[in-house]
Design a protein around this ligand. Sequence first.
Ligand SMILES: [Fe+2]
Length: 202
Amino acid sequence: MADGHQRALSLAALHPGKVRPHKLAHFVIRTAKFTETRDWYLNVLAGEVSFENEQVCFLSYDEEHHRVGIINMQDATPLEPNGAGVDHVSFTFDTLSELLATYRRLKADGIEPFWPIIHGPTVSLYYRDPTGVKVELQYDILRTPAEVNAFFAAGSYVENFMGIIFDPEEMATRFESGEPIESLTKRPPLPPGLGPWDMHRP
Ligand SMILES: [Fe+2]
């Protein structure tokens, strides 16, 4: 047997270390509110249906064939608010203006975040889909590893690991009035007497 052939057969030799996944591919929700949840994700993500029938819907908004899957399960029990499991999924927008434009677009459809927060590294808007799954739409304030390191080195998370709740409508208006991104996204200090958990909305 040729060496090459032997090597090709030995996966351990081909991949001596732990192999990492290439990417995070998708998540799938099972729901008794199939149509509502399907329509919500198509709207929020400005997505398109890759495939669907009466049982499943796979939807896509980028190069991946599906980022979200919805399974029609009429006997699915409701999500338990404090149940263990995945807490939320998060989608990053390229620019703050894209995030704020999406905020405005969804607001016009009656979809509003239950928790708008400047975490520090991100400006984040948390929504609930019709099934109750939490979905974060975010903008990365810190654009380089050096900026992230500087943020942590400054002790910002020691003081407040949660963030500061903000008014997205006010931020959108300030954006439109020309305020620089740096000042819009600068995280204010905690109000006197309040701790990080006061900034949490479950
Ligand atoms: Fe998150």
